[in-house]
Design a binder for this molecule. Structure first.
Ligand code: HEC
Length: 139
């Protein structure tokens, strides 16, 4: 039994991509979605200086400083919540769209061309979170 489990575990490792590869894939897809949906307000590099920044009553946050503003820890769950729910969950009443809804209605679907089911939307949000984590300013 134990041998069978070890064999299963090893087989799984051979067949599935490594965690590092999976993480890199997530970040790449997240970067694509970011460029298409977020950069217009938050800026290409996430500093809150996108083309629309001047038109916003509440500034689009500098997304490279999320961890710094949170005592050096990147709050992945909270970031996912804000992306999903938009300004309904932010504190300043800004015009941050609720991407959970936007992505669900997006006729072009996620970056990998899959239909926009709620599972696909959650994956897309997770990819954005992974991308945002990858661009955090170092302390
Ligand atoms: C129309 C402009 C606009 C677009 C487009 C936009 N945002 Fe925002 N975003 C904002 C504003 C404004 C805030 C600040 C809201 C507040 O504090 O009430 C914000 C806040 C955030 C925050 C919270 C930051 C913090 O430190 O609490 C995150 C995370 C975020 N946006 C991610 C994204 C992502 C990811 C996308 C693309 C999928 C995106 N935003 C697209 C305007 C925008």
């Amino acid at each position: 039994m134990r041998q069978a489990l070890v064999a299963l575990a090893c087989g799984g490792m051979l067949l599935s991509p490594t965690l590092a590869q999976e993480g890199a894939r997530e970040v790449t897809f997240g970067a694509v979605t970011y460029a298409l949906s977020c950069a217009v307000c938050h800026g290409e590099a996430g500093h809150g200086d996108g083309e629309m920044a001047d038109e916003l009553a509440v500034p689009a946050a500098d997304l490279t400083g999320i961890a710094q503003r949170n005592g050096g820890v990147f709050p992945a769950e909270r970031v996912a919540e804000v992306i999903r729910g938009g300004s309904a969950v932010t504190t300043h009443g800004g015009q941050m769209p609720a991407w959970g809804l936007v992505f669900l209605k997006d006729p072009s679907g996620p970056a990998d061309g899959q239909p926009a089911t709620s599972t696909a939307v959650e994956r897309r949000i997770a990819e954005l979170v992974a991308f945002l984590e990858s661009i955090q300013a170092k302390p």
